[in-house]
Every structure is written in structure tokens, then in C-alpha cells.
Design a protein around this ligand. Structure first.
Ligand SMILES: [Zn+2]
Length: 272
């Protein structure tokens, strides 16, 4: 048993059983020593901060990666742009952890008044180039010390799983979300067939960066406790376009199963 803080006890300690342990893996060698615990109270999977010397960095940013693969991400961000257009006619959008600002520049092109917050220096500098003074460096807490405005839409896209205290974060976001506003949350989703089969080898797991490994139903429940109701839920699978043919057939079969069970490797949730 491992003692660590958990979301089910409002940040207080819970007991975790060892669920996955990265030993000397042929692939993912850099994950060696990382332990994923399962909370004995609520069942969430959590990366238990490993001993020093192991590379665990939840503040890692993919700004560079986003920019090099810009076209791919423009494609990936399209469903988010669609959701924003569907739920917010016009108005202001805040992207917390906006990285290099690609998503916000797409929303800006659609006429939204955008603001981005990014703690990572290199990613922020890219966002600043792209968005000018609409990009702020820091966390939401830092931003609120300087500005108090309300937003029609707040986005956390693949950010919440990196934050040690996501409940405190959402409570903060709620304070600056208009009454008619929506929260859009994108995270990897462990509630899918590909994760059940691949476990520690599941590509979106990223145990060296993600603290929390969310399950879509768990997230919906968590937000219910914070007085949000789910307005929409979408699921996506990784296309693995650069995999060899036989592997692509294998994964597309699993992907079909995910679709039958109305789930996927990543989820996009809209909360009101
Ligand atoms: Zn728990």
C-alpha cells in the first residue's frame, strides 16, 4: 500500500494499491521506476511521484511538438472549435494551458475574443507571437491576481491530468465562468478497450507527465459534485497513421469496438 493524496478525500491522503509498475521495459525505458497506484477508496489511477532521479514532469509542454505538427493539431482541434461554436454563439473564450496558442488562433479566426494562459516559458513565447497580449504567462491563479473578467467558455484541453489539484482548479475556473457559460474538458480516457488490453503500454498513458489517469465516468461524477452537469460527451481514438499496416488493422478493430461501446481513448466533455 502507498499513501498519497486523492481527489476523493479533497486532497487528503488515501491508500493506493500498486496497479502498474514500470520495471526494465524494452520500450518506454525512460518510465522505469514509475508506479501507478489505484485508490482503494475511489478507484482512480494516479502516478505516484517516483523517487528522485526518475524523469517525472507534469509541467512538460508540447509547444514545440504542436508547432512542428501544426496541421495534425489543426485537424485534432476541429471538434473543439465545433463545440465552442455550438455552445457559445459569440463572446469570450479562455484556454488554460493554451500551449503555443494554435487552438485559440483557430477560435480567433471564428470571431471569438480569446485569452490564453500558459505556464511553460517556451510555449508561452510562441503563444505571445501568435496572439499578442491575449497570451498570459502563468497559471490561472497568477492570471486572477491581475485580471478579473468572466468568460463565456473555458477550455482545459489535455491539461487537467497534469494538475496536482484539479478540484481547486475547477473551483477557481467556476468563479470566472459566466452563469450561461460552458466548460470544455479534454483528457485521455482510461475507460476504453485499448487501455484494458494495453495497460502500461497504452500510448496516451504518459505516466511521466500525467498525475491523474481519468476515466470518463469518474470525471463526469467529479464535475457533478462541483455542481456542473454534462451537456455533451464525445470520444476519439488515436489514428496511429504511421504504424505498420498489420498494427493499424489491429487498432482499427479495437477502435470499432470502442465505438460500439460508445467510448474512446480520449474524451471531450462539455459542462454547464
Ligand atoms: Zn480516491
Amino acid at each position: 500500500m502507498i499513501i498519497s493524496s486523492c481527489l476523493c478525500r479533497a486532497g487528503k491522503n488515501s491508500t493506493f494499491e500498486k496497479h502498474i509498475e514500470y520495471k526494465s521495459e524494452r520500450v518506454f525505458k525512460h518510465f522505469e521506476g514509475i508506479v501507478i497506484g489505484k485508490c482503494s477508496n475511489c478507484g482512480i489511477l494516479k502516478t505516484i511521484t517516483p523517487k528522485s532521479g526518475i524523469k517525472f514532469n507534469p509541467k512538460q509542454s508540447r509547444g514545440e511538438f504542436y508547432d512542428v505538427n501544426k496541421e495534425k493539431f489543426v485537424e485534432l482541434f476541429k471538434p473543439i472549435v465545433q463545440l465552442v461554436k455550438q455552445y457559445v454563439d459569440s463572446g469570450s473564450v479562455l484556454d488554460v494551458g493554451c500551449s503555443s496558442g494554435i487552438l485559440l488562433s483557430l477560435l480567433q479566426d471564428e470571431g471569438f475574443n480569446v485569452t490564453g494562459i500558459e505556464p511553460n516559458k517556451a510555449a508561452f513565447e510562441k503563444a505571445r507571437k501568435r496572439l499578442g497580449y491575449k497570451a498570459f504567462r502563468g497559471t490561472l491563479k497568477d492570471f486572477l491576481k491581475r485580471k478579473r473578467v468572466k468568460f463565456d467558455c473555458i477550455i482545459y484541453n489535455h491539461v487537467l491530468e497534469h494538475i496536482a489539484d484539479p478540484i481547486g482548479e475547477i473551483k477557481l475556473a467556476k468563479k470566472i465562468l459566466k452563469k450561461t457559460g460552458v466548460l470544455i474538458i479534454g483528457t485521455p480516457n482510461t475507460n476504453n478497450i485499448i487501455f484494458y488490453l494495453r495497460q502500461k503500454y497504452w500510448e496516451p498513458f504518459m505516466p511521466n507527465e500525467h498525475i491523474w489517469h481519468f476515466h470518463s465516468k469518474y470525471l463526469i461524477n467529479l464535475f457533478k459534485k462541483l455542481n456542473f452537469e454534462v451537456a455533451d460527451k464525445l470520444f476519439f481514438d488515436d489514428m496511429r497513421k504511421d504504424y505498420p499496416l498489420i498494427k493499424r488493422i489491429y487498432f482499427s478493430t479495437l477502435s470499432t469496438l470502442n465505438k460500439i461501446f460508445n467510448t474512446g481513448e480520449a474524451t471531450l466533455l462539455v459542462f454547464k
